[in-house]
Design a protein around this ligand. Structure first.
Ligand code: FMN
Length: 380
């Protein structure tokens, strides 16, 4: 669930904000100090693993939890683990989305290394896995070997511009007919999509309803609100979760107009503004894309992550904004009806819908916060 900054400004009474901005002067203009640094140092590092990891940590991942931990003690090898303190037990009860995010991380690692003359051989779950829960066993073993014949992956060119664009899209700009063909770069799962007006209209209301259910279900909504990082200091202190940075939220945080408590209060202006803001996103989709896998094992989810990163990068290359809409794909009781409906639509012959996203033309957005690599190296 994500708030669009622009829309929230309008809804919470621009007037109040502007007045407060004037009086709070410098607070309003504060930029994060450290949360964006990993984007500026990507590609640096003493060895090929560090250089590739500095890109891998820029991967898309649910709720920006960044649940990756790496062990680098064996030369030429990265052992990837999941940080089980960074799961999403309410919105992602089987850690399917977390595993997809780890798949995005591994694919970006492989891509970055391919531009550094390194071939990476990835073995998912070398000590086995449990399809119901992630645990302390390694998620993957990645072995690096210098190989001048490795083919640099062209999609890597878009890594620094790749975003999950959580702003309203331009409904006056239809997507060109070749958009889906340009995004069809999945190598494992079944990629699909539509830009047909009538189908998009149906997906808009479907995804809006799924968001309503997630927000109106206290345990899933609470999981998101607990991850709100409001204002620069909170974003720098925890460069993960759902970040609210920039002048608007600095002032709203400073004036108490926007807090986690206010967001949880369903009678508050902040709550109403938040609802409208997320609906402004679903309601301005100009197309939808999805990914279906025949199976739903952990290796399937890792492969779905690799595919998803590729689709996100291809969208970036095509100048198309992209935002996952995972609500209806989530496996908790309150969402069961929409989950079944979604699978009847996209996987009538069986299979699991692993990802769904809206596409269109959106405003430019800043890179999202990240923890630095040092914070993710075990026994560094
Ligand atoms: C498996 C998965 C599920 C996601 N689900 C959502 C979602 O439902 N809504 C959303 O706005 N973003 C979703 N995202 C995007 C993340 O929120 C985003 O990757 C993260 O905040 C980092 O931002 P960035 O992609 O712009 O770097 C998802 C990403 C992944 C990999």
């Amino acid at each position: 669930m994500t708030f669009s900054r622009r829309k929230t400004l309008a809804l919470v009474g621009g007037g109040v904000i502007l007045a407060a901005t004037a009086s709070l002067g410098t607070i309003a203009t504060r930029k994060t100090r450290t949360a964006g640094l990993p984007w500026t140092v990507a590609g640096q590092g003493e060895d090929a693993r560090h250089r590739a990891l500095s890109y891998a940590l820029l991967a898309p991942n649910p709720h920006n939890r960044q649940p990756w931990l790496v062990d680098l003690r064996s030369p030429g090898e990265v052992m990837l683990y999941v940080d089980t303190a960074r799961l999403l037990p309410h919105t992602d009860p089987f850690s399917r989305q977390i595993t997809i995010g780890l798949g995005c991380f591994l694919e970006l690692l492989r891509m970055a290394a391919s531009h550094d003359g390194q071939r990476v051989t990835i073995t998912p779950f070398p000590e086995g896995h449990d399809d119901n829960a992630l645990d302390a066993r390694p998620v993957a073993r990645a072995v690096f070997s210098a190989d001048p014949s490795v083919t640099p992956d062209p999609l890597f060119a878009h890594v620094m511009q790749r975003r999950s664009n959580k702003e309203p899209y331009d409904t006056a700009r239809p997507l060109p007919d070749d958009t889906l063909a340009r995004l069809a770069v999945a190598q494992h799962g079944l990629f699909g999509g539509t830009i047909a007006e009538d189908e998009v209209a149906r997906w808009r209301s479907f995804s809006r309803e799924a968001l309503r259910i997630e927000i109106e279900t206290p345990h899933t909504y609470r999981e998101s609100v607990d991850l709100f990082r409001i204002g620069r200091d909170e974003v720098d202190a925890n460069p993960d979760g759902i970040d609210f940075g920039g002048p608007l939220f600095e002032v709203m945080a400073a004036t108490g107009l926007f807090t986690r408590e206010a967001a949880l209060d369903t009678t508050s202006q902040a709550y109403k503004a938040g609802l409208d803001a997320v609906y402004a996103n679903t309601d301005t989709a100009m197309g939808h894309v999805w990914l279906v896998t025949p199976g739903n094992s952990r290796p399937d989810q890792i492969a779905a992550g690799a595919d998803w990163l590729r689709v996100n990068l291809a969208a970036t290359g095509a100048g198309v904004a992209f935002q996952p809409l995972s609500q209806a794909l989530q496996e908790y009781p309150e969402m069961a009806e929409l989950y079944a409906d979604l699978h009847a639509r996209l996987a009538p012959g069986g299979g699991t819908v692993q990802m769904l996203a809206r596409i269109g033309y959106g405003p430019e957005v800043a890179p999202s916060p990240r923890w630095p690599l040092e914070a993710k190296i075990l026994d560094a």
